[in-house]
Design a protein around this ligand. Structure first.
Ligand code: ADP
Ligand code: 5GP
Length: 204
């Protein structure tokens, strides 16, 4: 049956392992659409414009805000980040599983606007120390950026109860299995079906 797609929305402190888990999902599932966010953050070594993010200037971002381009946007760790409304709706109409990697503020905005499509997951490390170790080991952020990310992590964690699911990513393989199960279930959310249409067809 032709049905709308759905959104798997993932949040969690920077360094918790969201990108690693999303790459694993992309290997396992078909018809996935990763929502490439727009950001004013500096590009890290190895990141590709249009793949990891659409990197823009502050002026371009503010123009997009004024033109209503975003489903949600927020200032995170001192930079702007936002999600395209049009691209999201187009992917949902095509029946895709849309993946969002966005922060808590963005989650609350998106839930208000199109909550019926969203299954939300909060990902964290088992401890604060482990988060610090991962950020240092990843080696992509400056010292002051790491400090800011660690400082913000506790505030983000306090909002985890707003999410449908909570994954403690200590073992990548187990966390991957948990996320995969949630992703599969998110595709059959009853609210993503047009029940009236289904019933008409079911009776015919
Ligand atoms: P995020 O996208 O949440 O900022 P990343 O996926 O970039 O986080 O992961 C941060 C770092 O932690 C990376 O170097 C990654 O390889 C590592 N990592 C991810 N998951 C685990 C895990 N379960 N155990 C140990 N290291 C991990
Ligand atoms: P990073 O700079 O490490 O790639 O991302 C920093 C934070 O910004 C992460 O918590 C990530 O989830 C969040 N983020 C990435 N894209 C978006 C977005 O489009 N909107 C919002 N609100 N947050 C985002």
């Amino acid at each position: 049956m032709q049905k709308d797609g759905s959104i798997l929305l993932i949040s969690g402190p920077s360094g918790a392992g969201k990108s690693s888990l999303i790459s694993e999902l992309e290997k396992e599932l078909k018809d996935i659409y990763f929502s490439v966010s727009v950001t004013t953050r500096e590009k890290r070594d190895g990141e590709i414009d249009g793949v990891d993010y659409h990197f823009v200037s502050k002026e371009e971002f503010e123009k997009d805000i004024n033109e209503g381009f975003f489903l949600e946007w927020a200032k995170v760790h001192g930079n702007y980040y936002g999600t395209s409304l049009r691209h999201t709706l187009e992917a949902i109409k095509k029946g895709k599983l849309v993946i969002f990697d966005i922060d808590v503020q963005g989650f609350l905005q998106a839930k208000k606007r199109i909550g019926e499509f969203i299954t939300s997951v909060f990902v964290t490390t088992p401890t604060q120390d482990e988060l610090k170790r991962r950020l240092l080991r990843r080696g992509t952020d400056k010292k002051e950026d790491i400090k800011r990310r660690l400082d913000n992590a506790l505030d983000e964690l306090k909002l985890a109860k707003e999410y449908d699911f909570f994954i403690i990513n200590d073992n990548l393989n187990r966390a991957k299995k948990e996320l995969l199960s949630i992703a599969i279930a998110s595709r059959v959310r009853s609210s993503t079906y047009n029940l009236e249409k289904f019933i008409t067809k079911w009776q015919s």
